[in-house]
Write a protein that binds this ligand. Structure first.
Ligand code: FAD
Length: 304
C-alpha cells in the first residue's frame, strides 16, 4: 500500500461520479447533500442512472437538469433500449436534448424480468448498446459513454464477441467506455491490452465500486459477472454488524485499488457512489483530489 506517493498526483488524475435518481424527498435531500460534498472535487462529469424499462425517465431527467442548473457540473443521463420502440427512445433523447442534456451513457439495459434473464429486444427497438449509440449520433453530436466489461458481459460467449460489441459501439460514435466494477486490477489491465489490440483507442475508464455493504456487493457481483476475490471476502469477514470498521476497511480497499491503478498509468476514474459521499471523498483525498478550500487550509496549516 504505497502511501508515499508524490503529493502532486491529484493534478493528473480526474474523476467522475455516478448517482441514481432519488425516489423520495428524503432520498433527494441525501443525494443533494452528496452532490454538494462532491462538487468541490471538480469531477470531469457526473451521471445519473436509468431504471429498467425507463421507469425513472422523468426522475433521471429532473436530476440531471438540477445538477446542470445548480452546479454547472457536466452531467450525463443514462439511457437504455429496454421495452421501447426506436421512436419512443428517440423521443426521450429529443426531450433530454431540449432540456440542455448533451451527454449520455448509452446502454442496452437488462430485461424487466431481472438481471441474468434472457434479453429480447423490443420489436422495432434498438437491439443493443451499439445501435443506441448510432441512434444518438444520428440525432446530435452528443458526448456518449458506453459500458465495457473487463470480465466480459455474462451473456458474451467469449472475449472476442464481447470486444467486437465494444468495437461496434466505438465505430458508431462512442466517446469513452466505463467499465463494470472489478476488484482485481490485473483483470482490468489484461482487458485494456485486449481492447487496444482490437484497435479500440477510446478511454476505458475503470468503474470503481466502494464497498458500502459487502454482502450486497457480493450478491450483485455474481449477476453482473464481476468476480469477488477470496482476499476481498476475507477482509470484510465478520464486519456485517460493525459498520464503522466496515467503512474503514472499504475506504482502505478502494484507495489501495485506485492507487495501484494510478501506478499502472490510469488517470481517469468513475465512482459508483450509491449516492453516498463519505467513501468517495476519502478515496479522492488519498489520491490527491481535494476540495480547493481544503487544500488551501492544509497548505496554510503546513506553512504555520
Ligand atoms: P450491449 O453491449 O449491447 O450487450 C451486452 C453484451 O451482450 C455484448 O457485449 C455482447 O457480448 C452481447 N450481445 C448483445 N447483443 C448482441 C448481438 N446482437 N450480437 C452478439 N452479441 C450481442 N443498466 C440500467 O438498466 N440502467 C443504467 O443506468 C445502467 N448503467 C450502467 C452503467 C455502466 C457503466 C455499466 C457498466 C452498466 C450499466 N447498466 C445499466 C447495466 C447494463 O444495462 C447491463 O450490463 C446490460 O446487461 C448490458 O448493457 P450494454 O449496453 O453493455 O449491452
Amino acid at each position: 500500500f504505497r502511501f508515499s506517493r508524490r503529493p502532486d498526483i491529484g493534478d493528473k488524475v480526474s474523476v467522475s461520479f455516478e448517482f441514481f435518481p432519488p425516489k423520495t424527498d428524503e432520498m433527494e435531500a441525501r443525494l443533494w447533500n452528496t452532490v454538494t460534498r462532491l462538487e468541490p472535487l471538480q469531477p470531469k462529469f457526473v451521471s445519473v442512472t436509468y431504471g429498467a424499462g425507463g421507469s425513472t425517465r422523468e426522475r433521471t431527467a429532473r436530476t440531471v437538469k438540477r445538477i446542470l442548473t445548480e452546479t454547472g457540473i457536466p452531467a450525463a443521463a443514462h439511457l437504455t433500449c429496454v421495452g421501447a420502440s426506436r421512436d419512443a427512445v428517440n423521443a426521450v433523447i429529443r426531450e433530454y436534448d431540449a432540456l440542455g442534456i448533451k451527454r449520455f451513457v448509452a446502454l442496452r439495459g437488462d430485461p424487466a424480468s431481472g438481471v441474468g434473464q434472457a434479453y429480447t429486444p423490443y420489436p422495432g427497438g434498438y437491439e443493443n448498446g451499439a445501435e443506441l449509440v448510432a441512434g444518438l449520433r444520428a440525432i446530435s453530436d452528443f458526448d456518449i459513454s458506453v459500458a465495457a466489461y473487463p470480465e466480459k458481459h455474462p451473456e458474451s460467449p467469449d472475449f472476442a464477441t464481447d470486444i467486437e460489441m465494444l468495437k461496434r459501439k466505438v465505430d458508431n460514435g462512442a466517446t469513452r467506455a466505463i467499465t463494470q466494477f472489478f476488484f482485481d486490477n490485473d483483470i482490468y489491465e489484461r482487458y485494456v491490452e485486449r481492447v487496444r489490440r482490437a484497435g479500440i483507442y477510446i478511454p476505458i475508464v475503470p468503474g470503481i465500486q466502494p464497498v458500502h455493504n459487502f454482502r450486497q456487493v457480493a450478491n450483485f457481483s455474481s449477476r453482473a459477472g464481476a468476480h469477488v476475490p477470496a482476499w476481498l471476502a476475507e477482509r470484510f469477514e465478520g464486519l456485517n454488524d460493525d459498520p464503522q470498521t466496515h467503512a474503514l476497511v472499504a475506504s482502505a480497499v478502494a484507495a489501495e485499488q485506485v492507487m495501484d491503478l494510478v501506478e499502472r498509468g490510469v488517470s481517469d476514474f468513475h465512482f459508483y457512489t450509491m449516492n453516498r459521499a463519505d467513501l468517495v471523498v476519502a478515496i479522492c483525498h488519498m489520491i490527491g483530489i481535494r476540495a480547493h478550500d481544503a487544500t488551501a487550509a492544509a497548505e496554510g496549516f503546513a506553512a504555520a
